[in-house]
Design a protein around this ligand. Structure first.
Ligand code: NAD
Length: 297
């Protein structure tokens, strides 16, 4: 049994921490929300009032925070994790954040003699609750090996993507493909409607032809062909458009700082930005088809 400091007990972190408790670990959890801390207590963990209390006796620290600014401040701020954890404490940041922040914090952790991985996830709240998340992990080999037993409890698929920041890089590259491909599939269905081509016919043809992709076959943006897709329940998420926009913006920030050319990624970010600003950030990201349909003549 290990002592684990868990910071960020929100929609994802709450159930992830509960799975660590269920596996027999002593989890000391911190969140700004009293409700989130109460949920940890109900799950059998120990809520605490400060970063110091969460991490000073910990063998491992897991963070699941909203964005890069929170992660930088929780790790490297005054009174942060690096100031209070013991040398050799394993650090796992599972938040989805910008690559530059991930690498900056990893460098500071290495200086403090604490092995660290960035380990963002896919799989959403259901994956967090079921312990079936996919972890994309960046960090040195030894840190990955040390983190794996904990990640195995919270997830099903654990992939070592390379050195520090590469977990975040994998996550934003994948989600840039997803954002662009969802727009492409949606445009195809909107064009098919105009041309008098039935949704199911297009699906049957493209799902076995060269247009085949996950956005079409697993997450079809029109109701009917894939009964489990959010299109069949008025685009309730699933994966909210606001989250997709966050990831597309992270991809654009990384493209800017690395000098990569990603014109379709930029266009996808802009379209999701307009969609979200129209009040649809809480809708599933496949709801972008309704926005595209609304743009037609
Ligand atoms: P959330 O907003 O529900 O949870 C974040 C929690 O962090 C909140 O409870 C907040 O109170 C807490 N927090 C913020 N600053 C803090 C601080 N200084 N100290 C302690 N606690 C603090 O968000 P979420 O949906 O759990 O997402 C967390 C991360 O996981 C994000 O980076 C998100 O992009 C990523 N993610 C989310 C999903 C999803 O489906 N929700 C899927 C994949 C990845």
């Amino acid at each position: 049994m290990a002592t684990i400091g868990f910071i960020g007990l929100g929609n994802m972190g709450g159930p992830m921490a509960a799975n660590l408790v269920k596996a027999g670990h002593d989890v000391r959890g911190l969140d700004l929300s009293e409700d989130a801390k109460a949920a940890l207590r109900n799950a059998g963990g120990t809520p605490v009032g400060s970063i110091a209390e969460a991490v000073s006796q910990a063998d491992a620290v897991v963070t699941m925070l909203p964005a890069g600014a929170h992660v930088r401040s929780v790790y490297t701020g005054d009174g942060g994790v690096l100031a209070h954890a013991r040398p050799k404490t394993l650090l796992i940041d599972s938040s989805t954040i910008d690559v530059d922040s991930a690498r900056t914090v990893a460098e500071a952790a290495a200086k403090a003699d604490m092995p660290m991985v960035d380990a963002p996830v896919s799989g959403g709240v259901a994956g967090a609750a079921g312990g079936t998340l996919t972890f994309m992990v960046g960090g040195p080999d030894e840190a990955f090996e040390a983190a794996k037993p904990f990640l195995d409890i919270m997830g099903k698929t654990i992939v070592h993507a390379g050195g520090p920041g590469n977990g975040q890089a994998a996550k934003i590259c994948n989600n840039m493909i997803l954002g662009i491909s969802m727009i492409a599939v949606s445009e195809a269905f909107v064009l098919a409607e105009k041309l008098g081509l039935d949704h199911q016919k297009l699906f049957d043809i493209s799902s076995t032809a060269s247009g085949q992709c996950w956005s079409l076959t697993s997450y079809c943006p029109v109701p009917g062909p894939v009964p489990a897709s959010p299109a069949n329940r008025d685009y309730q998420p699933g994966f909210a458009a606001g989250m997709m926009l966050k990831d597309l913006k992270l991809a654009q920030a990384a493209a800017g700082s690395s000098g990569a050319s990603t014109p379709l990624g930029a266009e996808a970010a802009q379209l999701y930005n307009i969609f979200c600003n129209a009040g649809e950030a809480g809708k599933d990201f496949s709801g972008i088809i309704n926005f595209l349909r609304g743009q037609g003549s």
